[in-house]
Write a protein that binds this ligand. Structure first.
Ligand code: DOR
Length: 436
């Protein structure tokens, strides 16, 4: 017996604009946008006064499973997603073991099928030696290269190895762009770093720009689809204005909302790679988004325990949790007039679906998956460490009041978050990819 749900009266963010229309879901699919009023349904949801968005696709998270599950695991990470309106996540390969073989990839997919409340996909990580693996795997959105090292052992910065990856593979590539040689030289000059402020001097503007230029050069010459993860500087935004059409870029909430003036207040809680930069960089990233130079907003959700973060710099690890608050942070930005709801849907839903060729997601459209998030643009709530679902149990935005929150999330037609509670029993599905 199939189940039909009617979401009635919401302002739906559709591909052609915001319209107040009903939406009919049948099982895991959107059956009708503005269906005939006579349609028979099993459940009617009164959504008047609320806005309905496609579920958020976060194309950059670190859920630490397997190997680092004391920080997060696929279940807790996915609970945080459901609460935050994130219905699909794409997860990074710097777990233990790293996701650099087909076996490791299949193992993660299997774990996710047992643990994840929302839909999922996993990148395959590049090493200098696994081009054959990168050529063969299919159950992945694409290849992740750490052109600069971050958490974990993954690093490919030799030119010959990078040329081979861009020349001999076909999956889309994304990269962490911070120039290793620049970072090492800066670190040496600063004696390894004495306090948290040194983090942005070690991982400085030049390190980001050099590596982004290098990766875009590879992508340009090899005509290989390429996505610049977590752009952090005004200079990268300027450089990306002249990129080829197959290069895309991304910004993260911490680079939009934090800068070096926040170190005194938040210390290593805002220690990230790439590092947070200046207030001018915040503004340039916003402008890059509005100008269409940066297409995607994703979190780089990278949890560590507070105990780990509390170690003195440079022992403190880089990374912060964000997946359950990213949509609210952006809705609050819209409330303050920084952007529109349509832009948020473009940056967090349709663009990631397009860039990673994710089938049937990223838009409210007939025949697409019923991955949806209902938001209340007027709801005010304050982020509290003690209410976070991430296993790490904290947020760098603790104490911040935001206007605009997810009130209900559907994954493949099933309600996974409602009335402030996540249904942890639901299981999401593996994302499917359109391949030529
Ligand atoms: O700060 C970061 N932490 N940046 C990354 O790219 C990786 C992440 C992590 O996995 O901890």
């Amino acid at each position: 017996m199939s189940k039909r749900t009617l979401i009635r009266g919401a302002n739906c963010v559709l591909p052609n604009g915001i319209q107040q229309v009903d939406l009919l879901i049948e099982d895991d699919k959107i059956l009708g946008v503005d269906p005939p009023v006579t349609a028979a349904v099993d459940e009617t949801v009164d959504a008047s006064g609320l806005h309905l968005l496609p579920g958020i696709i976060d194309d950059q998270v670190h859920f630490r499973d397997p190997g680092l599950e004391h920080k997060e695991d696929l279940h807790t990470g996915s609970l945080a997603c459901a609460k935050g309106g994130v219905t699909t996540f794409l997860e990074m390969p710097n777990t233990n073991p790293t996701t650099t073989t087909n076996e490791a990839l299949e193992n993660k997919l299997e774990r996710a099928s047992q643990k994840s409340v929302v839909n999922y996909g996993f990148y395959i990580g590049a090493t200098g030696e696994n081009v054959d693996v990168l050529q063969q795997v299919t159950r992945t959105p694409g290849i992740k290269i750490f052109i600069g090292s971050s958490t974990g052992p993954l690093l490919v910065d030799e030119q010959e190895a990078l040329e081979r990856i861009f020349a001999e593979t076909t999956l889309p590539i994304c990269a962490h762009c911070e120039d290793e040689a620049t970072v090492r030289a800066n670190s040496e000059r600063l004696g390894g770093g004495k306090n948290i402020h040194d983090h942005s001097k070690i991982r400085n503007h030049a390190a980001a720009l050099i590596a982004t230029k290098r990766a875009v050069d590879l992508s340009t010459r090899h005509k290989h689809p390429f996505h610049v993860l977590h752009v952090s500087t005004a200079q990268e935004v300027e450089f990306l204005r002249d990129r080829p059409s197959w290069v895309t870029a991304e910004a993260c909430p911490h680079h939009l909302f934090f800068n070096i003036d926040d170190y005194d207040r938040l210390g290593s809680k805002v220690q990230m790679n790439p590092s947070i930069k200046t207030a001018e960089d915040n503004l340039a990233l916003w402008k890059g988004l509005r100008d269409g130079i940066i297409e995607v907003v994703a979190t780089d959700h990278a949890p560590h325990t507070l105990e780990e973060k509390d170690q003195p710099y440079p022992k403190s690890p880089s990374g912060l949790p964000a997946v359950e608050n990213s949509l609210a942070l952006m809705l609050d930005a819209a409330h303050r007039g920084e952007c529109t709801l349509e832009q948020i849907v473009s940056w967090m839903c349709s663009a990631p679906a397009r860039i990673w060729n994710i089938a049937n997601k990223g838009a409210i459209q007939e025949g697409f998956d019923a991955d949806l998030v209902l938001v209340d643009l007027k709801q005010k709530a304050t982020i509290r460490d003690e209410e976070q679902l991430t296993k790490s149990g904290w947020s760098p935005w603790h104490g911040v009041e935001l206007t605009g929150w997810a009130v209900r999330t559907w994954v493949m037609g099933q309600t996974v978050f409602q009335d402030g509670k996540v249904d942890g029993t639901h299981r999401g599905r593996e994302a499917k990819y359109n391949r030529r």
